[in-house]
Design a protein around this ligand. Structure first.
Ligand code: MG
Length: 262
């Protein structure tokens, strides 16, 4: 009897942990939303199985700038300066954990970006520790890269999340080791002469042919467990790839400006 009571007490104390999602309860509310940053109670997006290919291997159009063609990192530098230490082989680059993130030497404004990524075939870690990297615009705005395949994590940290702000509409990640394609349209924020925000940033994100965000407003610079306001800048910046300690791979990266209607 004593044993049973102890057991049921143990079960009661353990049960809530299983009932809870992964995430936080002590973070600020995201501006304009009802959810907190990385809210553990925010529902995870539904899973959509993408078709085998969409824009995978898509060659760059004539007016695009090729940022990585599989051969070298000549167009890139290490965050903080210097040559990147990431591995380049078999037509892809791979994050070398601890060597630092990398960014393009060139800067861009409003842009259409094509980039492909594969999360590690050998599954290690969980939640945000599994296949984590990220595509940053202007060193401020992250489109999350994560192995979200059978991996519980908070909704606004899933692959394709506008990290810490908007979960993807659906979870369309491929299984570990498979190539995913991102087609991203990014509109930079605009500021007036006094540095006041006149137009926020927007992102449209297609993962493996599946829409994750349709010109979604970005609330401000990406942060972890925090919600930051915009700070005035030129509206131009590099494309960065995050070193989050996981050997995530990237290939076939090109970018083109959005242009203007006549
Ligand atoms: Mg990341």
């Amino acid at each position: 009897m004593k044993f049973l009571s102890a057991l049921s007490l143990a079960l009661i104390s353990v049960a809530p942990a299983f009932a809870q999602g992964v995430g936080y309860t002590d973070t600020p509310v995201i501006r304009g939303q009802k959810w907190k940053v990385h809210d553990k109670d925010r529902p995870n997006p539904a899973i959509v199985t993408p078709a085998p290919t969409f824009s995978h291997g898509a060659p760059a159009p004539s007016d695009a700038t090729v940022l990585f063609d599989g051969t070298d990192l000549a167009g890139w530098e290490k965050d903080g300066g210097g040559d990147p230490k990431w591995k380049v082989e078999h037509g892809y680059m791979e994050v070398v954990g601890g060597s630092g993130g990398i960014h393009t030497k060139a800067e861009f404004g409003d842009a259409q970006l094509h980039i492909e990524f594969a999360t590690p075939t050998v599954v290690k870690g969980d939640s945000q520790g599994r296949g984590n990297s990220g595509v940053f615009f202007h060193k401020q705005f992250e489109i999350q890269v994560l192995d979200s395949y059978n991996n519980k994590t908070y909704a606004d940290g899933q692959a394709g999340a506008l990290y810490g702000q908007w979960p993807p509409l659906v979870n369309a990640i491929k299984s570990p080791g498979e190539w995913n394609s991102y087609d991203i349209i990014f509109e930079a924020p605009q500021f007036d002469a006094d540095g006041k925000l006149t137009k926020p940033a927007y992102a449209t994100v297609i993962l493996n042919g599946v829409l994750l965000h349709n010109r979604k407003e970005i609330n401000g610079p990406t942060n972890h467990r925090a919600t930051d306001p915009y700070k005035a800048y030129s509206g131009k910046g590099p494309i960065s790839l995050q070193d989050h300690g996981n050997p995530t791979r990237f290939r076939n990266i090109w970018i083109r400006g959005l242009g203007q209607y006549n």
